[in-house]
Write a protein that binds this ligand. Structure first.
Ligand code: GLA
Length: 660
């Protein structure tokens, strides 16, 4: 700092002015000196002054003392706060990569491309980066995989520094995106939502709340309802005993001061349940091992009061931790695992399971429960091993309508036998037992995709199956998880659903003991894309955030009936994926009425123009296009639909062929 500048600062300070910490005039701030916690990369964590293999940084024999060793695909956002002048670096594939990787470095300033390396391969000399940053607020340093996957993509930002004269740069997770609410507010006139088809088994208890938006009071009716069923005119809850085998065609009606609507509804009584993907709420990502009866009741109440039930959410599901554990930090969750008859004992947070399901059913909603085929659940609570039939009978007697059956400690029983027969065994057993219950219980297989569960899940009586491990809490894998799940599209059909895990938006929990729900880290665009992806895949739609803290954006993302209709389409297809670039792809789903739902996605960090071309979607001629999120017709389009997609965002349209 010059003497004059020092004197000036001292004078200003004496006058009561305060300053944010600033770098000195034209200082070099080394990239490796930033807190690199927010960096996302395809493998490992960023390394300071060494390569991703923890060796000295070296590119084509040239050593570097400083720099950041990373791995494609790597994303580093930096808030420059207007203080930076230049970025200087030498980039390339690290000499220790040990294989044929190829990478591409790119630099963006406020969304504009400032520099790119082109494809770089091992042994290629470092390329010099010298970028003018004056006027730039947010810098983005990317390393892509150059289109051939990320194997051996060890990338060095060597000698990397920012020449800074103002505020100190700071690595950030991503620039903040203002929320724009896409789903229009529902109007006052009635609108009946929910699936067009519903499966049940003859003579079992029947419960279905007609999902309908519009001002209350509303008068409901159902023409052609089987004699064993009744509809409550005020609530729209249909209850009674399921009719005999066969298809029962019903016309649902809803009327209020603003109008009257009707909608066809087919009740299929037979052996199949979950003819469309189950929708509801599961406590896991909101409350982990803190779940209580009161939270479940509150979730059920809010499902109705928030309008979620009016677009089709109906299961209110308890996950792990409702039983007793041999040991646990919360003494109210420790106690006898079973009583003298061998019946499983709920812990003290669940004083009366029948009263709980009664409450849920009184709202026209369904109740879900959880157990494991192993001796203990994943969180260390009592499992159902050797008590399968007894527990299933108990769940039915308590009034549960859904069971999540989670592998957890069953590995001890399987004794490391990873054969398909061993993986199938516990699920086939529970599937058979559930069929014998005098109650319809939808079965969710949770075993993280082992033994290609999608190939046999339906045969053993499962209605949905998780295709992978837990989505977790950090959520930067939403696109990746969706793309893996969609690979199993051939197995998706009515009554048989691939499950990529729960919808985690709004306030989601913190798995650490005592950690409480906090706002999810996804941008609004990512949240809308999350729902679009799940609906295009015909995935079960289970929200798993805190129901007591639903905000406007969360409800706007969760409750768009035109988007949900894509998920609930009776054909039950999962969309096909067509990759366009490293960052962009299109998904197309056949719908029962001959239309197609089309999603356009941008996994990348900067806005991208994407086109869904008709030939790629199996379409030709003019198509009528509707934006499903905005519920707005976009006209008749020839050849393609183009959209500019925000960073990690998407668009969802439905297209109908125009008859010539
Ligand atoms: C596993 C499952 C999760 C959740 C927990 C409960 O991790 O995959 O969905 O049920 O167990 O402990």
């Amino acid at each position: 700092m010059t003497r004059n500048r020092t004197l000036l600062l001292a004078a200003l300070a004496a006058a009561g002015c305060s300053f944010a910490p600033r770098a000195r005039a034209a200082d070099a701030v080394w990239l490796s000196d930033l807190d690199l916690t927010p960096v996302r990369q395809g493998w490992g964590r960023p390394q300071v002054n060494r390569s991703i293999r923890e060796r000295p940084l070296a590119i084509a024999g040239q050593g570097f003392e400083r720099g950041v060793g990373t791995h494609a695909r790597s994303v580093l956002w930096i808030d420059l706060a207007g203080g930076a002048e230049r970025l200087l670096a030498s980039v390339g594939v690290d000499d220790a990569a040990g294989g044929p990787g190829s990478v591409a470095f790119r630099v963006f300033g406020d969304g504009k491309a400032l520099w790119e390396s082109g494809t770089m391969t091992p042994g290629q000399p470092a390329r010099r980066v010298d970028v003018d940053l004056r006027g730039v607020r947010t810098l983005l340093l990317l390393v892509g995989d150059a289109g051939d996957g990320i194997d051996f993509d060890h990338a060095d930002w060597a000698d990397a520094r920012l020449i800074v004269s103002g505020a100190r740069p700071r690595a950030i997770a991503a620039p903040r995106e203002e929320a724009v609410l896409l789903t229009p507010k529902p109007g006052p006139a009635p609108r009946i939502n929910g699936p067009a088809v519903y499966g049940c088994r003859p003579a079992r208890p029947f419960l279905y709340r007609v999902p309908a938006q519009g001002e209350r009071p509303m008068a409901f009716a159902a023409d052609g309802l089987p004699a064993t069923l009744r509809i409550d005119a005020r609530t729209g809850i249909i209850a009674g005993t399921a009719p005999g085998r066969g298809e029962h065609r019903v016309t649902l009606r809803a009327k209020n001061a603003h109008g009257e609507v009707s909608r066809a509804f087919k009740i299929v009584s037979g052996d199949a349940l979950a003819l469309t993907p189950p929708m509801g709420w599961n406590h896991w990502y909101a409350h982990y091992n803190r779940v209580t009866d009161a939270m479940m009741r509150e979730a059920a109440d809010v499902m109705v009061s928030s309008g979620m039930a009016d677009v089709g959410y109906s299961y209110v599901s308890i996950d792990d931790c409702w039983m007793n554990a041999p040991k646990h930090a919360d003494p109210l969750r420790v106690g006898p695992l079973r009583d003298e008859r061998g019946d499983i004992v709920p812990n003290k947070h669940f004083p009366d399971m029948v009263a709980l399901t009664d409450h849920i059913h009184s709202l026209g909603l369904k109740a879900g429960i959880y157990t494991s085929p192993g001796p203990l659940t994943c969180a260390g609570f009592a499992g159902s091993h050797d008590h399968e039939a007894q527990d299933a009978a108990r769940f039915a007697a308590w009034g549960f309508d859904f069971l999540k059956y989670d592998w957890c400690s069953y590995g001890e029983i399987a004794k490391g036998d990873g054969s398909r027969a061993a993986l199938v065994k516990p699920y086939a057993l529970m599937g058979e037992i559930l069929k014998r219950q005098e109650r319809d219980i939808v079965l969710n297989l949770c075993q993280y995709g082992m033994g290609n569960v999608w190939e046999w899940g339906a045969e053993v009586g499962g209605h949905s199956w998780r295709t992978a491990g837990d989505l977790g809490f950090e959520l930067d894998r939403v696109f990746e998880v969706a793309l893996v799940n969609a690979e199993h599209r051939a197995w998706s059909k009515p009554g048989a659903w691939n499950d990529p895990d729960y919808l985690q938006i709004g306030h989601v929990g913190d798995a650490r003991e005592g950690g409480l729900p906090r706002p999810c880290p996804l941008s609004p665009s990512e949240q809308y894309a999350f729902l679009s992806l799940w609906c295009l895949m015909a995935a079960p739609l289970f929200y798993s955030g805190d129901m007591s803290r639903l905000d406007e954006l969360t409800l706007n993302v969760l409750c768009n009936p035109e988007v949900i209709e894509v998920d609930q389409d009776p054909l039950g297809r999962c969309a096909a994926v067509k990759h366009l670039t490293e960052d962009t792809f299109v998904m197309v789903k056949d719908m029962e009425d001959g239309s197609k739902a089309v999603g356009l996605f941008n996994e990348g960090e900067v806005e991208a123009a994407v086109a869904a071309r008709w030939p790629d979607l199996g379409l030709s001629g003019k198509q009528r296009v509707r934006d499903l999120w905005r519920q707005r017709d976009l006209g008749e389009l020839e050849g393609e639909f183009k959209a500019s997609l925000p960073r990690r965002g998407g668009a969802l349209v439905r297209v109908w062929p125009v008859k010539p």
